[in-house]
Design a protein. Sequence first.
Length: 247
Amino acid sequence: MANIHSSISFGLVNIPILMNPIIKDNDTSFNQLHKKCKNRIKYIKYCPHCKKEVKETDIIKGYQYEKDNYVVFQKEELEELKPENEHEINVISFIKMDEIPPVYFEKSYFLNTEKKSKAYTLFYEALKKTKMVALAKCVLSSKFYYCILRLTESGIIMTTLYFNEEINIPETTLKEEKMDKELDMAIKLIESMKAKFEPSKYKDEYQDNIRKAIDDKLNGKELKGKKKTNKKQIGDLMEALEKSLKK
């Protein structure tokens, strides 16, 4: 999904924008092959009742309310249930960024303009001046979301949010324990491991290994697995902290 035409609805102000996903999939794509002949596996939509392959045009959606019984929906009926102004990012309020726990953040999109837009610049500067983020609602790929609009130096980023019922964090309280010495050591260990966040340094080691293995296989080289070292587990917490600091 790229260059999606949409608009930000801010009161009675309408700001045309282009929406692009910020994150791209970095994983190496594999195809499933038949082990015997190395040909691609084909996925067939098959009806076991009618014992035949089914065309896309013959498929409808159904909600199973009890075993083997469905409430059936036509495509047109589902279209009618979509919110109004589904192609707009409709701003509903403005909030402080630190009020939103990061666990609610899902996917992010960059919102840009095709040509110079006074309304876009005004909205950007207003968010910058007030130090607020916009809470909005939108529809993406037929799914309804709440989202936030926030600033970067390059422009406005929209981040979709998980709903509260999608967040699964146990409501528990940690039991307090007296461990002053261990805590001092843990703080020293943290201090010794302090660093700046430099994302360009962090590489996907697994994907790098896969790509190298692909090149090696194409060049007729034999794959050699890396020898994995097992970390020795230390049962005593204080001893583990002391040895970690020395290391």
